[in-house]
Design a protein around this ligand. Structure first.
Ligand SMILES: CC(C)(COP(=O)(O)OP(=O)(O)OC[C@H]1O[C@@H](n2cnc3c(N)ncnc32)[C@H](O)[C@@H]1OP(=O)(O)O)[C@@H](O)C(=O)NCCC(=O)NCCS
Length: 173
């Protein structure tokens, strides 16, 4: 994921009433073979890596992915029951109290456009908000801003800009 800007979620109300606010219910998705998973148990990291690569993320060392996921507070993935493979994924790291950052929001290209990305994001947000974590940010590529906005994310809230460390910038000094 390229860091082009930070956007954060400000609309707590959008997620206050758990299941009724979901665009697709767990039952609906289950009947179509999509099962929500909230731990890494049963998650094949090579298959997850393949989904990352299929959407254009760089292939990463599975051992490093495993470590990163072990240090991740909240994660959510969707298993497709026919293949038992992950087809959608998102995770959030943070301090467990005030702040969280969402990473690696992906849907397998063969399963995009049927509501899985939104379903995963809605549930991840709900999990965080239920735990009282309200300061939620993510990095968004410009072409995906329109996906995050209806989920309650705004770019540069109150003029606040995100900054990321750049080795190139540092070398210039
Ligand atoms: C972005 C992504 C996660 C969306 O997942 P998805 O399952 O295809 O999206 P959904 O089917 O849940 O779409 C939900 C809504 O968002 C809209 N949407 C989806 N992608 C969008 C985009 N790039 N820009 C604007 N709106 C978008 C859909 O039209 C849909 O609108 P609706 O609720 O009015 O019908 C998925 O396309 C993906 O994995 N992309 C590649 C990886 C990536 O860019 N991840 C984000 C990194 S910043």
């Amino acid at each position: 994921m390229l860091a082009r800007g930070v956007i954060s979620a400000t609309l707590r109300s959008a997620f206050q009433s758990p299941t009724s606010k979901y665009s697709i219910s767990d039952g609906d998705l289950e009947s179509r073979g999509f099962l929500f998973r909230r731990t890494i148990s049963g998650l094949n990291l090579d298959h997850l890596n393949s989904v990352f690569v299929a959407v254009g993320f760089p292939r990463r060392d599975p051992e490093k992915i495993k470590l990163a996921l072990e240090h991740t507070d909240s994660l959510l993935w969707v298993e497709y029951s026919k293949t038992q493979k992950p087809v959608a994924f998102a995770r959030a790291t943070g301090d467990g109290v005030f702040n969280a950052i969402i990473w690696d929001v992906v849907v397998d290209p063969s399963f995009q456009g049927i509501g899985l990305g939104k379903a995963v994001m809605e549930r991840l947000m709900e999990d965080l908000l239920q735990r009282g974590i309200c300061n939620i940010a993510l990095y968004s590529e410009p072409r995906v801003l329109g996906f995050y906005r209806p989920l309650g994310f705004v770019a540069d809230p109150d003029g606040i800009r995100g900054m990321v460390y750049s080795r190139k910038q540092r070398k210039k000094k």
